[in-house]
Design a protein around this ligand. Structure first.
Ligand SMILES: Nc1ncnc2c1ncn2[C@@H]1O[C@H](COP(=O)(O)OP(=O)(O)OP(=O)(O)O)[C@@H](O)[C@H]1O
Length: 236
């Protein structure tokens, strides 16, 4: 369980997260949706300790993460835009990360084959296409079998086949009891992959609860319609 209490983030005079309160349930998949610039990535980065909150607390499995680093071993993160050491090959990058972490694993090899990247393992990062880089990010997030998986717009840039493969993996991780947190602008993807929904607008939480309840409340069959209605209500 991830608990966010009164979390505030200001960038200069701009409040990007406005005292948000959230409970992200363990062993389920949660989707964070909201307009561009509403604070989704900032929320994720505070969980990872990459952005320091202006105020508030984050607890993972009941423990406050402030000043802690070890908890991050429990989290696999696939960023929206990943930056890599561009001169390293995929093989060198994976070996380097395994060495630094001191965690031997063969899961990277399985995932490279799964995403059909095994023949590209000796290519330098700077020569990879956007979709190939996304796949590298997906593999890095899952290769150490973490209990929490965070994906920021994971399928943006993936071709349809790879996107289906990625979603199949997420289902498998969910079935293993992992906690998954996912942002996407593709509502069908959120609908397909997640059970719990958070809707955020300008740093304020407008909905936090089971996805089916939101659809019932909005009298919509599809999440896209339910979210569109919520956006209209917010704008009104
Ligand atoms: N390091 C930073 N310095 C200043 N402002 C920032 C910084 N990072 C994010 N912001 C601002 O915070 C706001 C929220 O950004 P964030 O990336 O969290 O949005 P998002 O909901 O993930 O958007 P998108 O759907 O476009 O990815 C934006 O106005 C953004 O410009």
């Amino acid at each position: 369980m991830i608990t966010i209490k009164n979390l505030r983030k200001d960038f200069g005079s701009r409040t990007v997260l406005n005292d948000i309160e959230l409970q992200i349930p363990a062993g389920q998949a949660t989707g964070i949706v909201g307009p561009n610039g509403s604070g989704k990535t900032t929320t994720i980065k505070t969980l990872l300790g990459l952005v320091k909150p202006t105020a508030g607390n984050i607890l993972i499995n009941g423990e406050n993460i402030e000043g802690q680093w070890d908890y991050r071993r429990k989290i696999g993160y696939m960023p929206q835009i990943a930056r890599y050491p561009e001169n390293m090959t995929i093989r060198e990058l994976f070996d380097f990360i395994k060495d630094m972490r001191g965690s031997p694993t063969n899961r990277d090899k399985e995932l490279l084959e799964y995403f059909e990247l095994d023949n590209d393992i000796d290519k330098r990062m700077r020569t990879l296409s956007g979709g190939m880089r996304q796949k590298v990010g997906a593999i890095l997030s899952m290769m150490f079998d973490p209990e929490i998986l965070i994906f920021d717009e994971p399928t943006a840039g993936l071709d349809p086949k790879s996107s289906v493969q990625f979603k199949k993996l997420v289902h498998e991780e969910k079935d293993k009891g992992k906690t998954v947190l996912l942002t996407s602008h593709i509502m069908s993807e959120i609908e397909e992959l997640t059970d719990h929904l958070i809707f955020i607008v300008e740093g304020n939480i407008r909905y936090d609860g089971p996805m089916h309840k939101l659809m019932e409340r909005q009298k919509e069959q599809r999440l896209e319609g339910a979210v569109a209605k919520m956006m209209e209500e917010t704008a009104a």
